[in-house]
Design a protein around this ligand. Structure first.
Ligand code: ZN
Ligand code: ZN
Length: 167
């Protein structure tokens, strides 16, 4: 699959007249579906990492949507400079135009159609619940421990959270 993604990335760069990326690779990142690593001095050294968790939890469609998101970072960096490398208005406009996805907080109402729920970090994290049944906000915790649970109180009944489950 990686060769297919690298070829896609190369043709994306060619079509938009951007320097090709040094590499597109699957790595063990868990905090994000993908990352764009840019090099300030030499843009040809820029590369994209995709979370190998994408292959485990999602399909080709979601992997492509992530790749397009990261390629949009490369696009915005090359075309508009370092100040447009983040998730600003320019990024959002191009990301949704290219068919990339972003999380719902970034997308907001204007780009809601480009929002995605498919995140590796959600798949591998736990959601906390109080014994009264209330969930601990919308927060996902990577690895809940007994001691970390003692610091979390239910807003409704003020008990400490004592359960956790995936999703
Ligand atoms: Zn991003
Ligand atoms: Zn409670």
């Amino acid at each position: 699959m990686i060769t297919r993604l690298q070829k896609f990335s190369d043709s994306f760069c060619d079509i938009h007249q951007l320097p090709r990326l040094k590499s597109v690779e699957f790595t063990a990142i868990r905090r994000a579906n993908g990352l764009y690593h840019y090099k300030l001095s030499t843009v040809e050294e820029s590369r994209i990492s995709l979370s190998s968790g994408m292959k485990e939890h999602f399909g080709f469609k979601e992997i492509m949507e992530t790749l397009l998101h990261e390629l949009t970072h490369h696009y915005c960096y090359c075309k508009f400079g370092i100040e447009e490398i983040g998730h600003g208005e320019t990024f959002k406009r191009y990301c949704s135009m290219f068919g990339g996805k972003m999380n719902e907080n970034i997308a907001g109402e204007e780009y809601a159609s480009a929002a995605s729920e498919s995140y590796v970090s959600k798949e591998i994290s736990f959601r906390l619940y109080c014994s009264c049944g209330k969930a601990w906000s919308r927060e996902y915790v990577k690895m809940p421990t007994v001691s970390s649970m003692r610091n979390r109180y239910c807003r409704t009944c003020k008990e400490t959270m004592d359960k956790w489950k995936k999703r």
